[in-house]
Design a protein around this ligand. Sequence first.
Ligand SMILES: *[C@@H]1O[C@H](CO)[C@@H](O)[C@H](O)[C@H]1NC(C)=O
Length: 249
Amino acid sequence: MAKCSSEVAVLVVLCLFLVDLTKGEGQKGKCPEDYRYRVETCVMEAQVAPQAGGGLPLITDVNKLEELCERGILQKTIDCLKDLLNRCSENVTQRQELDMLFSVEEWKQGQQLLCEDLNRKLVFKNHFDCVSKFGSKISHCILVRTQNFRKEITTAGIVHHRKLHDITCNFAETIVSCLERPLAHACPIQVVDTMVSALHKFLPPACAPVPTLENPEKRLFPKRQDPLDDPLEPIIFETVIVEGGEAEN
Ligand SMILES: *[C@@H]1O[C@H](CO)[C@@H](O)[C@H](O)[C@H]1NC(C)=O
């Protein structure tokens, strides 16, 4: 009897699996209604997106790089984003929104930067002591910036999307500079450069700084001058706010 019921269970699971497969093949899976939130969920696990307060584990957790690369966490994130893009690309509006939130190509480049060069990884490991020395300083910086960001967002309320966009992108850039500033003075340039370049790949493309600016100091406050200037709903950039930056120490 017990054997029988376990067989039934296996069958049911198989059936569900098959149903899932056919659904996936038939219509590639529908775009989920909460697709913006899904982006967040995809990105969350890797803990490397600056707008999610990310990047910190790279300098505080000696195993982080291995987890991202060898254990495939970055690949999983990329697959998750790719899947979402596939499912939502029929609708131009949704596609455009997603294109502003992430770029699979850029994520892949970030992955390459962090994972594919064995030499670089060795350098990373060898200089982990240098980098990790600044862990508490950097996490404090991220914490403060995250709090400021929350305050700013709350004060701004549901204002024009442009303002929310600017606030969010500034925030993402400040998170990168939280990491970059202390390290740049003390640790080998290759390590810092690789990390910072990779983090930039994980930023929403909507935050990409305009390549040539008259005032290089303004680089941290990128002004976008792209053709996509039509209003996006503020919610997009609201959903990018995440808990990741809240470091405890
Ligand atoms: C495309 O997506 C937008 C936003 O989710 C929605 O309002 C619109 O109705 C969709 N258009 C089509 C043709 O499905």
